[in-house]
Design a protein around this ligand. Structure first.
Ligand code: ATP
Ligand code: MG
Length: 452
């Protein structure tokens, strides 16, 4: 059985106090009572209460003092003020200081019990909401963005700052860097966290469809519009709208979006009712937005409007110190998923992962670990379990003769790979002069410019 809520009654009039005690006890509450503010504070220090009722006029101080004290020391505990001085002024003053509600004496027992129930329910909802927020943050917010590099720390810091506001945010970064995670965090760390998070990929739809998806349409607005439909903007009311691949949006929709961002109302396609939902817009692109502007793909004025705050997610090669942590994180996930028990990465594999430039960023690392967990049968991922470009181990046709020239070519390719195509470093690694390296590259048909 659940323990009954504990109520503290602060009341100097013995008759009223006894009546309150009896009423609350009859209802099954646990009750403690006292007659002064000083005693009340002492009890609050030693015992946890779910609710406090206090008189306003007490012998040693005002009940307002109780309200202020509780606001400061246990703000989750609601306070009901019971006052014989039904002056609106003092009651309003008490509520201004954080009292949940007030009742004027004489009050009806039922009226009191209803208020008590309401206050307890309110406190319970607040508690639940703060627990929910913590969970959302851990599971969908900042808790999901791993990495201890200064670059990622500063991304997290920026998210924390901007999440509190409702400003438009532009997220840039190469493919697979974690832009969607950033968008999620901006939502789940914000006061809008319990509102909707609505996502739309602008590259996936034709311009006409995109317009009706975003802004909605009325029945009959176009062929096939059999019903009226709210757009993503309307559905994101009170929450966040995430527009992915923003630079792929057609010019007509860009113009409409710009007007909305400038605070104008919009209508559904074929509708005439002006709409103005309360939405925080987050946009992302994996292109360089300035270049998209220069190429005439993205309107400059829209870019300025979106770019009020810009979160740049750095590519993985610029924060290689995050690779071991991310690799082990994904290893744990996939080992679990494929029932591999405790999986591990050996040092050689880890070194190979850290040396690779990851053009596909975290997503490529994630896919690589998934595959490695599958191919490493005993739960230990070794270098040879990684794809050739990462391990540097070329697959050898079975039974191939041990040919000195082939070995030489392989060594050269590997040295070029490890030095990112830098010929003098590669030559140094191989212990030959750069001029001989050039000659050998020519002989083996190795292109002088590394492939992109
Ligand atoms: N810092 C990180 N910590 C943990 N996982 C991450 C991190 N960054 C990215 N990921 C994971 O990598 C994958 C790719 O991330 P995400 O989809 O957010 O990338 P993106 O930048 O939106 O890529 P694209 O431009 O291709 O859409 C996801 O599975 C995501 O969970
Ligand atoms: Mg994405």
């Amino acid at each position: 059985m659940r323990t009954p809520p504990r109520i503290l009654v602060i009341e100097d009039d013995t008759d009223v106090r006894e009546q309150l005690l009896a009423t609350f006890r009859d209802e099954g509450y646990e009750v403690t009572a006292c007659g002064t503010v000083r005693e009340g504070k002492a009890l609050l220090k030693s015992t946890g209460f779910a609710l406090v009722t206090t008189d306003l006029r007490l012998p040693d101080a005002s009940g307002l003092e109780v309200v202020r004290h509780i606001q400061a020391s246990c703000p989750d505990c609601p306070v009901l003020v019971l006052t014989a001085f039904a002056s609106v002024d003092s009651a309003v003053e008490a509520m201004r200081h954080g009292a949940f509600h007030y009742l004027a004496k004489p009050f009806s027992v039922n009226g009191l019990l209803v208020e008590v129930e309401r206050a307890l329910e309110h406190a319970r909802l607040l508690r639940e909401r703060s627990q929910l927020r913590e969970r959302l943050s851990a599971e969908s917010g900042l808790g999901r963005i791993l990495g201890g590099s200064p670059a990622i720390e500063s991304v997290r810091g920026l998210i924390r700052e901007v999440a509190r506001t409702s400003t438009t945010v532009l997220i840039t970064g190469e493919t697979g860097t974690g832009k969607e995670l950033v968008a999620n965090a901006l939502h789940y760390e914000s006061p809008r966290a319990t509102g909707p998070l609505v996502k739309l990929n602008c590259a996936a739809l034709t311009e006409t469809l995109l317009e009706s998806e975003l802004f909605g349409h009325e029945k009959g607005a176009f062929t096939g519009a059999e019903r009226s439909r709210a757009g993503r903007f309307e559905r994101a009311d009170g929450g966040t709208l995430f527009l992915d691949e923003i630079s792929e949006m057609g010019p007509h929709v860009q113009a409409k979006l710009l007007r909305v961002l400038q605070g104008e109302a919009f209508e559904r396609v074929g509708g005439d009712q002006p709409l103005r939902p309360d939405v925080r817009l987050v946009a992302a692109t994996n292109r360089d937005p300035q270049q998209a502007v220069a190429e005439g793909k993205l309107r400059q004025d829209l870019f300025f409007r979106l770019n009020i705050v810009c979160v740049e997610v750095p590519p993985l090669r610029k924060r290689p110190e995050d690779i071991p942590l991310l690799a082990r994180h994904f290893l744990g996930i996939f080992a679990d998923r494929f029932g591999r028990g405790q999986a591990s990465l050996d040092d050689e594999a880890l070194n190979a992962l850290c040396a690779y430039p990851w053009p596909g960023n975290v997503r490529e690392l994630e896919n690589c670990i998934e595959r490695a967990v599958i191919v490493a049968q005993d739960g230990t991922v070794r270098r040879r379990n990684l794809p050739a470009p990462i391990s540097g181990i070329e697959a050898e046709p079975p039974g191939a003769p041990l040919n000195l020239e082939a070995l030489e070519k392989r060594a050269i390719l590997q040295a070029l790979r490890e030095t990112g195509g830098n010929k003098s470093q590669a030559a140094a690694k191989l212990g030959i002069f750069p001029s001989s390296l050039y000659k050998k590259m020519k002989r083996f048909d190795i292109p002088l410019q590394p492939e992109p």
